[in-house]
Design a protein around this ligand. Structure first.
Ligand code: CTP
Ligand code: MG
Length: 563
């Protein structure tokens, strides 16, 4: 057993799931605390390198591990292995991380294509481990200790397990911390999202050697939960994503302009990229082109990762916005648990919806949380203008549309400290009270200035986009949904307050309490305003079932798509 393999290859048999969940949370917390004060750009750079050193191999079951491990050692030292399973069709995968990129490259170079393949063969980091040719008795494979395995996994914790954990918490504050720890996107989820980005990037690298697929949004900003979508921006000039274009050169590339209107050209090119992904990328299915949106996107499903991906080519401010959100999460450790709690509350009472429409989005909701924390008498978060004022020369970023996104990136240099000592429970309750009284009819929210201003138009809810200040982040929200938000925050304040009055003593609780009542609002409360809105709670099936061992010898083979 390689010594470096140990940390991420534990607990093969995942029977005592609650205990394992807690351990997973601790592991996750250890990982995130080491990352805590680094800039998002540095974290992303590391994650990209990690993806370049990794491959994902489909296997029969987690018991193929020792064989795969032995097989892969011929390509170089292995840093770690992570197992996951797609529960809907019992497919098992092992992510193998080598110590060097050249080892991962060697593994891919040695891999072959399926003999029955009739289309164009495509190399990618997604492989499968086929049965090896049997020569008499099977070759010995190094036997890693059976007690060691992965407790990662890529699935959302099932609701009943989360309920048990919340039920067993000490108080509402404890429930909020538990909710955060057990639903936050884990290390493996992040690794896989960067591998999906790498696959897109490397597939089109032949024609576009400078192509750069960059994850942003909740996959990287610290507010992502297990199962969140992957927002990906595809850039074609490696340097320009950091806003440092070489303006000195007198030699300029000829580029092709086939359509007079830049937006039409971009839509047409995205259509073509969508076709490329659809036709050539193993694992990519159900490609949808949403090209009329303000930011045109291509949506697809990655079947080896069970992941929804939104790919855009023109939303650089979204990437910079992710940096701001990431830093808000870094500034105070109450921000993320509070936001996770409010996102879940909004999901369970049907305020947010997986399909886009007139509903409040997680992003808008996060902006509301940030604003609430900025405007407190003793603010917990600073206005964005402070990041802008504190920017250093290496923070200069301007998008190709001329949008200035220069602001301080290293949160350690921000001249801000809070004296606010409120507990998470107090903050949660005050959030509900604050928005139940907020004058959405007349006022707009400015995160840049940490204050509300006169609403510039008649949108139901107006949150000024911090980086494109002429835009409203919550423009999509209808009057009815805004009203519903106001009613739901009022209900939530009422439920939480009455619950806290009932549960002042620490006696053993039999009935659901605290967040469990808050998250079940539609069934529980008589003051529920809209009887036709049902909560959308997703049940996820069992994690880590044991499967039968397979003793055959295998070789690596590229996974290729059938379209
Ligand atoms: N974004 C933005 N302006 C908007 C909408 C989105 O700048 N009007 C940026 C934000 O950085 C956001 C990212 O695009 O985080 C991705 O948007 P979205 O997927 O809607 O939100 P997420 O934060 O990723 O949340 P979720 O987990 O719901 O996907
Ligand atoms: Mg997203």
């Amino acid at each position: 057993m390689h010594k470096l393999l140990r940390p991420c290859w534990r607990n093969l048999h995942f029977h005592r799931r609650n205990a394992a969940n807690l351990r997973l949370a601790e592991q996750q917390q250890r990982w995130s605390s080491t990352q805590e004060m680094r800039t998002l750009e540095d974290v992303i750079a590391d994650r990209r390198q990690q993806a370049n050193r990794s491959i994902v191999v489909q296997v029969n079951s987690e018991r193929s591990f020792s064989e795969l491990f032995t097989y892969c050692q011929q390509f170089g030292e292995i840093e770690g292995c992570h197992h996951y399973k797609l529960s809907h069709d019992e497919l098992h995968y092992i992510l193998v991380e080598f110590q060097t990129e050249s080892s991962a490259e060697a593994a891919m170079s040695s891999s072959c294509f399926n003999e029955d393949l009739s289309g164009v063969p495509i190399r990618s980091p997604f492989l499968w481990f086929r049965a090896g040719k049997k020569k008499g008795s099977p070759a010995k494979s190094a036997s890693p200790k059976t007690s060691l395995s992965s407790l990662d996994g890529i699935h959302t914790i099932p609701n009943n397990e989360l309920d048990d954990l919340l039920m067993a918490s000490q108080d509402v504050e404890g429930q909020m911390q538990t909710l955060h720890r057990s639903t936050v996107l884990n290390d493996l989820g992040t690794r896989l999202r960067f591998l999906a980005a790498r696959q897109v990037e490397s597939t089109i690298a032949g024609m576009f050697p400078n192509a750069n697929a960059l994850p942003f949004g909740s996959s990287v900003n610290g507010f992502g939960r297990m199962g969140c979508d992957l927002d990906l921006i595809l850039r074609f000039d490696k340097d320009s994503h950091l806003g440092c274009k070489s303006i000195d050169s007198r030699l300029v590339f000829h580029t092709k302009e086939t359509l007079s209107n830049g937006r039409s050209q971009m839509q047409r090119q995205m259509e073509c990229i969508g076709d490329l992904l659809h036709l050539f990328l193993p694992g990519v299915y159900h490609v949808r082109r949403i090209l009329q949106a303000r930011v045109p996107i291509i949506k697809f499903h990655h079947e080896h990762l069970d992941l929804e991906v939104d790919l855009s080519m023109s939303n650089l401010t979204g990437v910079y916005m992710s940096e701001l959100l990431y830093m808000f999460g870094q500034i105070d450790d109450r921000v993320r648990p509070l936001t996770f709690c409010l996102r879940r509350w909004a999901q369970t009472c049907g305020l947010t919806n997986p399909s886009p429409g007139r509903w409040i989005t997680n992003f808008s909701l996060t902006c509301l949380v940030i604003f609430y924390l900025q405007q407190l008498k003793e603010p917990i978060l600073p206005p964005i203008s402070l990041f802008v004022k504190s920017a250093k020369s290496n923070d200069l970023r301007v998008t190709e549309d001329g949008i200035n996104c220069s602001f301080l990136r290293d949160v350690r240099n921000l001249p801000f400290k809070t004296e606010n000592k409120s507990s998470l429970t107090e903050l949660l309750l005050q959030f509900f009270e604050f928005y139940s009284q907020f004058d959405f009819n007349n006022r707009a929210i400015s995160l840049n200035e940490a204050r509300n201003i006169v609403k510039p138009d008649h949108s139901a809810m107006y949150i000024i986009n911090p980086l494109e200040q002429h835009l409203n982040v919550s423009k999509n929200i209808s009057l009815e949904e805004c009203e519903r938000f106001r009613i739901e925050v009022r209900n939530a304040a009422w439920i939480l307050e009455s619950d806290m009055e009932r549960n002042t003593s620490n006696e053993s609780r039999e009935e659901p309490w605290g967040l469990l009542n808050l998250f079940r609002t539609p069934e529980k409360t008589i003051i529920r305003p809209n009887m036709f809105f049902k909560p959308r709670l997703v049940e996820v099936s069992e994690l880590f079932d044991d499967s039968s061992a397979d003793g055959e010898h295998r070789n690596l083979e590229f996974k290729n798509s059938t379209v």
